[in-house]
Design a binder for this molecule. Structure first.
Ligand code: S3P
Length: 442
């Protein structure tokens, strides 16, 4: 667990050309879901490639608190013995979700479907983030929620023994909201229907099918038949495209680089950044494309490229929602301006990322403007910073600015590198092995 009492400063200096093959940690979204569905299935589930970052370990602990057995052989495999749908027991203490919005929102959906009261909290970042987006639909199943002002954690949830199957139209494209409703719906007698304004990542639906549930997707509507029997499975988690993104952008920016990142998830609802970088002129190719446990994967081949600014339409936001910080770093080094539209959701991530990106880039000498929910970054000379960039408990802000430091004239420091461990343990060591010069980061 990271301690935030003594912030850990990390500094990134100019990198040598990045070279070689790399493996990045397992996909965070798929890792959370493999633990949750393993805990809901009957029998044993074995997961290889699980992301052993702090966020995912919060989900593992929560599944144990609900009665599932989780046995982790670090770096090898994780085995889960599930309780079956309806089989969870009352947790004996408050469940601490740490920094993990995915744990909090998905598990709120589960807890809504059990006739006991449970409590959840999180770190200072998670306690600022909106939970009303799940409380609103889940309350209509019959579950009761008590939260702090504005639907913030800590949260008390008294579930309902027989959740009403919902037909919910979500105002936002959010996989966390969709998944929370589907997880409650798994316990409901009937069909749960969720419609989104545009499709968010569909790992929940794919994994439900893989475990044996009846799930249908028509346009932006998902239908799930409740109370299936899920059976334990063997799962292989692909590498996280959102983590690979930092290596991809670094290799594109550092002259002379050529790297391969193996076994990366290429679900089309996650690859908006890669599409955008290709439009910007990136030499980025998917090799050896294949399917693994219901998810597409490929090896990414990336070479240094001169990038040019583009317009990134709002419609692409759901497929690259976590990648705007590192896209902004690429844009800072591209010729011309990059305009990124439809970014209101960035305000409610681990930090207010719109402000964090704009302030951090300005500090490093790059012109970045926020106008409503549009961010425009104009490429230019990256000077480096005289004082550290504020990370505000946000792993992706920390990693993005460390990537920017790899190509800046002076070095770039971030004031707290410890949040990196939530999603990308070993980030600095891996980057340094490829040619970077990052000190003080995990
Ligand atoms: C996630 C969904 C996205 C994403 C987050 C992980 C998930 O959040 O930003 O990092 O695993 O379902 P939203 O559902 O809020 O868009």
């Amino acid at each position: 667990m990271s301690s935030h009492s003594a912030p850990q400063v990390a500094v990134s200096g100019k990198a040598k050309a990045l070279q070689g093959a790399a493996i990045v940690p397992g996909d965070k979204s798929i890792s959370h879901r493999s633990l949750i569905f393993g805990a809901l299935a009957v029998g044993e589930t074995t997961v290889t490639g699980l992301l052993e970052g702090e966020d995912v370990l919060r989900t593992a602990t929560a599944m144990e608190a609900l009665g599932a057995k989780v046995e982790r052989e670090a770096g090898v495999r994780t085995r889960i013995w599930g309780r079956g749908i309806g089989g969870f027991r009352e947790p004996s203490d408050v469940i601490d979700m740490g920094n993990s919005g995915t744990s909090a929102r998905l598990i709120a959906g589960l807890l809504a479907a059990y006739p006991f009261t449970s409590f959840m909290t999180g770190d200072a970042s998670l306690r600022r983030r909106p939970m009303a987006r799940v409380i609103t639909p889940l309350s209509t199943t019959g579950a009761k929620f008590v939260s702090r002002e504005g639907g913030r954690l800590p949260l008390a949830i008294t579930g309902t023994p027989i959740p009403v199957p919902l037909n919910y139209t979500s105002p936002i494209a959010s996989a966390q909201v969709k998944s929370a409703v589907l997880l409650a719906g798994l316990h409901a007698p009937g069909t749960t229907i969720v419609t989104e304004p545009s499709l968010s990542r569909d790992h929940t639906e794919r994994m439900l099918r893989y475990f044996g549930a009846n799930v249908e997707t028509v346009g932006t509507t998902v239908k799930l038949v409740g109370q299936p029997e899920l059976t334990g499975k063997n799962l292989v988690v692909p590498a996280d495209p959102s983590s690979a993104a930092f290596l991809v952008v670094a290799a594109l920016l550092v002259p002379g680089s050529h790297i391969t990142i193996t076994n990366v998830g290429t679900n089309p609802l996650r690859t908006g950044l890669f599409d955008t970088l290709k439009e910007m002129g990136a030499a980025l190719t998917f090799k050896n494309e294949r399917m693994e446990c219901g998810e597409p994967v490929a090896d990414l081949d990336v070479k240094y490229s001169a990038l040019k600014g583009v317009v990134v339409p709002a419609a692409r936001a759901p497929s690259m929602i976590d990648e705007y910080p590192v896209l902004a770093v690429a844009a800072a080094c591209a010729s011309g301006s990059t305009r990124m539209e439809g970014l209101s959701e960035l305000r409610v991530k681990e930090s207010d990322r719109l402000t964090a990106i704009a302030d951090g880039l300005a500090k490093a000498g790059i012109v970045a403007n926020v106008d409503g929910d549009t961010l425009t970054v104009t490429g230019g000379k990256v000077k480096g910073t005289s004082s550290p960039i504020a990370v505000n408990l946000d792993h992706r802000i920390a990693m993005s600015f460390l990537v920017l430091g790899m190509v800046s004239d002076g070095s770039i420091a971030v004031d707290d590198a410890s949040p990196i461990a939530t999603s990308f343990p070993g980030f600095a060591a891996l980057m340094n092995r490829l040619g970077a010069d990052i000190s003080g980061a995990p």
